[in-house]
Write a protein that binds this ligand. Structure first.
Ligand code: 8OZ
Length: 364
């Protein structure tokens, strides 16, 4: 017997989602001039609008926040107008869409930074990883440590981008607090050697994420604010000596802020779920609102975790790239399209808006 509840509506804050399946944020590096969403972005997202909720690709809150070539922003009027086309197209199909807001911190390159400046970070420690820049992969640049008096400006960039998101018609925003980018660089002690109020203790390392989240919740409402975390992921060369107490604290604080969902990458991002011992159920029980689970879910695992009460919503990533009608296919037991890995990052319509639905395929 199939458990159908994944395919039933779910109430997220003031929104009704058509089902419990979420399109995960997915970087596609196709923004156009001015880092405005691609001319094809409205088609791409609206093709996938049968997801209960779409979360956009990571979108920078300022020019300094960029770390990869051709990722879109949400800090200029042209970008707001570009995103408006996307939200209108998704809403016209009855979909719901949040924008994921990020600052990459040290995962950047001088060729992507204003005036060729060094990328910024909690501490001047270069990550052992590469970024995509000048149409190829290159080591990230040596960062400089942010001064204490620069941090309010970063919080304000996130707040302003959230206001811009509402102006662009988004249903809400997700704070990218995961995968080795700026907010996680502060959280995890492998990247944060600060001795001020933003380094050292668990409370201090959580401070910037919590300030950003509080500022956004105040600006647009906690019921339109979600946060993504990846407690044990080593993504982008990061490490943490004490993830369980660190994230128990963070989740308690996020719960107290009343945000609408907690999005958790359970394991190594895009990799094994069992990369480290960690009690994700503890986060689930500490968080009072919606728990969105991510990483390596297929229909069987999502159904099992839903049945066991381990999560409310389930994110699917690569499956949504290749299969725009993923929800319908999962519901009907239909096979998914194969993914073309060569068109994941950069390029145009190919591998972006030309994956067929089941109806397209049977019409041929
Ligand atoms: C893949 C390539 C570039 C960026 C993340 C935003 O890991 C990303 C990302 C993923 O969260």
């Amino acid at each position: 017997m199939t458990d159908k509840t994944l395919f039933e509506p779910y109430t997220l804050g003031s929104l009704t989602l058509a089902n419990r399946i979420v399109m995960a944020p997915l970087t596609r590096n196709r923004a156009g001039a001015g880092l405005v969403p691609s001319e094809h972005a409205a088609t791409y997202y609206s093709q996938r609008a049968s997801a209960g909720l779409l979360i956009t690709e990571a979108t920078q809150v300022s020019a300094q926040a960029q770390g990869y070539q051709d990722t879109p922003g949400l800090y200029t009027q042209a970008q707001i107008e570009g995103w408006r086309k996307v939200t209108d197209a998704v809403h016209a199909k009855g979909g719901r869409i949040f924008v994921q807001l990020w600052h990459v911190g040290r995962i950047s390159h001088i060729d992507l930074q204003p005036n060729g400046d060094a990328p910024v970070a909690p501490s001047a420690i270069r990550a052992q990883t590469k970024t995509f820049v000048n149409n190829g992969f290159a080591d990230v640049s040596e960062p400089r440590a942010l001064t204490l008096d620069e941090l309010p400006g970063i919080v304000d960039d996130f707040r302003q981008a959230a206001a811009n998101a509402i102006a662009a018609g988004f249903d809400g925003v997700e704070v990218h607090g995961a995968n080795g980018y700026l907010l996680e660089q502060f959280i995890k002690d492998g990247a944060n050697l600060r001795t001020d109020a933003y380094g050292g203790s668990i409370e201090n390392r959580a401070r910037l994420l919590l300030e950003v989240t509080a500022a956004i919740a105040k600006e647009i409402g906690a019921d339109r604010t979600g946060v993504r975390i990846s407690p044990v992921s080593p993504a982008n060369g990061i490490s943490c000596s004490d993830p369980q107490p660190q994230y128990d604290y963070i989740v308690d604080q996020l719960s107290a802020l009343g945000i609408v969902y907690l999005h958790v990458v359970e394991g190594a991002t895009g990799g094994p779920r069992d990369v480290a011992l960690f009690d994700f159920d503890a986060l689930r029980s500490r968080f009072q609102n919606t728990y969105l689970a991510n990483n390596g879910y297929d229909l069987e695992l999502a159904n099992a975790h839903l049945k066991a009460g381990k999560a409310d919503l389930f994110a699917f990533g690569r499956a949504f790239i290749s299969t725009p009608d993923l929800v319908e296919r999962l519901e009907n037991g239909a096979p998914l399209n194969a993914l073309d890995p060569t068109t994941l990052y950069g390029g145009g319509a190919k591998g972006y808006i030309d994956y067929p639905t089941l109806a397209d395929s049977s019409a041929q």
